[in-house]
Write a protein of this length. Sequence first.
Length: 317
Amino acid sequence: MSPTKTLKTKRKNRKRSVGRTLLSVSSNSSNSDWIERQVRGIQILQIRTLTKFPWLVHGFSTKPGGVSNQDGEKVLNLGFTGWDTKENVLENRRRFQSALGASDLQLVSLKQVHSDIIHLFDGVLAEACRGDASVTSRPGILLSVQTADCVPMLLVDPQKRAIAAIHAGWRGTLQRIVVKAIGQMQMHFKSKPGDLFATIGPSIGGCCYEVGAEVATQFLSQFAEAPQWFDEFRTGDEPNPIQWLNMMPPGHQPPPRNVLLDLRKANRAQLLGLGLHDPNIFVSGLCTACQRDLLFSYRKEGALSGRLLSVIGIRPS
Ligand SMILES: [Zn+2]
C-alpha cells in the first residue's frame, strides 16, 4: 500500500473526539467552502456549493460514531477490514447513508487496487468490480471510494448531471487517474472540464506523507511542476531544503532520502491543467495522520485502521 509505512500506534494518551469539530481543527484557509453536518452522532463533511443542487447527494465520512469498536471507542468504520465484523460495517454504512438522506440510493463500492481502472456504472450491479474510479449519470446509484490516507475525490458536472468518485494514492496520482476519469466523463456524457466542480477530501497531508526517493523520481520524470509537491524533513540545518529536487535532472542520481509528498497539490494541479476553474476546486485541509481522533489513518494505525467513505450520487426522481 505504501513504500515506507510508519506504524506508530500510540494507544495511550490518545485524544478522544468528544466535542471536537472537524472544521475547528482544519488549517485550510478555504474552510468556508465546507460544512459539517452532525446527524445522530455521525459527523459528515460536505461542500456548501454542492449542497445547493437538490438532485445531488454527496458527503465525506469521519471516524466518530458508528457501532464498530476500535480500541474501546465507537467508530464509523465503513470498510470491510480484518478486525471488524461484516455486520458492523453494514450497519455503519446504513447509518451513514441514512444521515446523508441517501438510503434510497444503491451504494456501489469498488475493490480498490491502486490502478487507473475506471468503471462506467449505467445499470444495477451484481458484485464489486476491481478499480479505483467510477462515473455515472444514472440516478439512484451512490458511487463511493474507501480511504484511510489516500486521496478521495468527487466530481460533479451540473450541466450534464454526471458525477465521478476517484481513489488516488501515489500510484493513482502518478497514473493521472483523475484526468482519466474526467476523460471518461467527456466521452460518455460530453462533460466540459470548465463546467466541473471537484472536491478533494480529507487525506494524508504533505505534513505527514513520507515517500521513498524512488517515488519522487517517478513524479519528477513525469510532471514539470512536481518539485512543488515535495518537501524535505526539516531538521533546521539544511541551507535549501528542496535544492536537490529543483537542481537534479529527472532520471539522474536518485534523491538522497525519503521526502514528503503532497498528493492534494499534485491532484489539484492535474485538475487545473485540464481546465477546471480554481474556485470550483475544493480541497480539505484535514490530514488523516494528524487528526487520528477524527479520521482514519492507515499509516498511523496499520491493519487496525478503519476506512472512511466518500460518496456521491444522483437522487432518484
Ligand atoms: Zn499531517
